[in-house]
Design a protein around this ligand. Structure first.
Ligand code: ATP
Ligand code: MG
Length: 381
């Protein structure tokens, strides 16, 4: 008898047809990566994935964050005999109190001499006889004892919801514009959860934005890397660009021109690093620069797809995700962002594309972008 973690992959992966093997291989590699320093053994029993370890809780905690896994269960492996199954089933439920329950059996090993219905019935009857205060309820019971019969038998009742999504690294790559705010870490998480490899860029306006603001962004990238294995953060100096805009352009156009530079740099960097796309944390109508016109004007300078996974979400829902993934507490730390230090009194909310292109033509954009990239710092988190 030993305890194992049963790993259930997201149902979507079963629908991948001929690609299913590739997805499963990636998923397995990703699981192994997060378990790197944990002592464990991967056990495959008739297509089911189990992880054996002395540190079950730690394994559960790490594996439930791997994208592409829908559920992890703590199971007890016993020999495939009715006696062993029944006695473990009693162990599972005896601390549960006065609950309604059912036994659910999955018999993958067709050589086992009873069918699933019979097994469930017999185990259920045994539980009723040996644990007082329980009632059988087939529809929506409070407690379910699961039995799986394979080469061995597996009995479990603890099912822990995992993050879902698709295996990280299966769906191309993106350059996430990561600020210190609430939104962009959530946007990055959502892309990564769908299997998109994440790289982050942060625009830093030294000395107007402090070292602590940069540390905060590093911390956010580190939280994201809990899910992805590791993440690279490119810190790009942004002060010269902002100063040039202030110097040469109208005040009400500052924000929008700044956003065009952010987009240009993200694309140029993505190009250099062979990254397919750009992601931002923008949400339509959230602030003055995130109007439809504003988004059009910033997308204008992009040379690859720009993803905005939060575009149609309400702030409160974004905040909920942020709390769930553990970025919220860091995001609300009160350090300044480069967007907030030079805010025009009356920013343009409906910029016209032609006018913005013209307004910007007084700047040496190529040189500014190149210099910024040449002076960036790179962190691996
Ligand atoms: P967030 O909560 O992500 O900071 P926000 O609601 O504060 O977003 P803005 O400040 O207008 O909105 O920024 C919109 C998006 O632009 C951000 O979600 C992020 O993707 C990007 N962005 C803003 N500032 C920076 C920065 N300093 N470095 C990198 N990206 C940034
Ligand atoms: Mg912000």
């Amino acid at each position: 008898m030993r305890k194992l973690v049963l790993v259930k992959s997201a149902p979507e992966i079963f629908l991948k047809g001929l690609n299913r093997n590739k997805f499963e291989k990636k998923l397995k590699d990703n699981i192994k990566k997060v378990l790197d320093e944990t002592k464990y053994e991967f056990v495959v029993d008739q297509g089911r994935w189990f992880i054996y370890s002395e540190e079950i809780e730690e394994v559960v905690d790490k594996v439930r964050k791997v994208f592409g896994i829908s559920e992890v269960c703590i199971v007890t492996e016993v020999e495939a005999s009715m006696e062993a199954i029944k006695s473990q089933a009693v162990e599972e439920i005896k601390e549960a109190g006065q609950v309604t329950f059912k036994v659910e059996t999955n018999r993958a090993n067709k050589n086992f001499p009873r069918n699933s219905m019979d097994i469930s019935r017999e185990v259920g009857a045994y539980i009723l006889k040996n644990v007082p205060g329980l009632t059988v309820k087939v529809n929506k019971p409070q407690f379910t004892v699961n039995v799986e019969i394979r080469d061995n038998a597996y009995v479990y009742s603890k099912r822990i919801k995992a993050v879902g999504g698709l295996p990280y690294g299966m769906n191309g790559s993106t350059m996430l514009m990561l600020s210190g705010g609430i939104d962009s870490p959530v946007a990055g998480y959502m892309m990564a959860r769908r299997g998109v490899e994440l790289h982050c860029v942060y625009y830093h306006s030294h000395p107007y934005t402090s070292e602590r603001a940069k540390e905060k962004v590093k911390q956010l990238a580190a939280i994201l890397s809990d899910f992805t294995g590791s993440v690279k953060l490119y810190v790009v100096p942004f002060t010269d660009i902002q100063m040039s805009i202030i110097d040469k352009c109208r005040e009400d156009e500052l924000t929008i021109i700044m956003r065009r530079f952010m987009m240009r740099i993200a694309c140029a960097l993505a190009d250099k690093l062979k990254i397919n796309s750009v992601t931002t944390g923008e949400s339509i109508g959230q602030v003055a620069s995130q109007t439809m016109e504003g988004l059009i004007v910033s997308t204008d300078v992009a040379d690859r797809p720009v993803f905005r996974p939060l575009i149609a979400m309400d702030k409160v829902d974004i905040m909920d995700i942020s709390r769930n993934i553990g970025t919220y507490e860091t995001s609300i730390l009160p350090y300044e962002d480069c967007c907030t230090i030079f805010v025009p009194k009356h920013p343009k909310t409906k910029p016209a594309l032609d006018m913005m292109r013209k307004a910007e033509s007084v700047l040496d954009t190529d040189r500014l972008v190149e210099e910024a990239i040449n002076n960036m710092e790179i962190y691996e988190l």
